[in-house]
Design a protein around this ligand. Structure first.
Ligand code: IMP
Ligand code: MG
Length: 177
């Protein structure tokens, strides 16, 4: 595997994102929902660079649910436990790939009539985007490739690495998710 972005490059990007978000939500409280597990490291760095009153929550999604459910093949393994009506919500996750999981979760949150819902992902991976959605904020945009480190895993490995890496095809068995 090879390094895609170093810890220093990630830190600079995260602080730029934090400044942009701080500017755009000036005068408001932000309700930040981190998506587990992949978003945990980005979430913990990003919240420290957002200079606003914030509250945080976490949710856990799975893309191996029941295709007949209202959320398609995406299921919420653990939902947030706080009322978001009238609040400005920012969803923070590691990567947007097809976009299906974050689109489904965003729609789910919108049922409770928040003031706004936006999405921030560390990586915007565009080639397989099926859902009509894109992140409102992202750190790095790539077209393709399987990325690990900085929260992202391959079969639960590599999550705790401080850099972002791209796996070679032979390291993913040729058919990454
Ligand atoms: P979606 O396809 O946008 O719904 O993404 C679903 C999930 O797939 C993401 O939250 C990640 O957990 C995982 N995923 C997609 N691409 C990658 C990758 O390149 N590396 C690690 N996980 C990925
Ligand atoms: Mg994920």
């Amino acid at each position: 595997m090879k390094v895609l972005y170093t810890a220093g490059e990630i830190a600079r990007k995260v602080s730029a994102l934090g400044e942009e978000i701080t500017q755009q939500y000036q005068g408001h409280e932000l309700f930040i929902v981190g998506i587990l597990k992949g978003g945990f490291m980005f979430m913990s760095d990003l919240v420290r660079s957002i200079k606003l009153p914030t509250k945080i929550e976490f949710a856990r999604l799975s893309s191996y649910g029941n295709a007949d459910s209202p959320m398609g093949d995406v299921s919420i393994v653990d939902d947030i436990h706080t009322t978001i009506t009238g609040r400005h919500v920012l969803i923070v996750d590691d990567i947007m790939d097809t976009g299906h999981s974050l689109l489904a979760f965003k729609k789910h949150l919108e049922e409770n009539r928040p003031a706004s819902v936006r999405i921030c992902t560390m990586i915007d991976k565009t080639v397989r985007r099926g859902a009509s959605i894109s992140p409102d904020y992202y750190g790095f945009r790539i077209t393709d490739g399987f990325v690990v480190g900085y929260g992202l895993d391959f079969a639960e490995d590599y999550r705790t690495l401080p850099e972002l890496y791209v796996l070679e095809p032979d390291e993913t068995g040729g058919t990454p998710k």
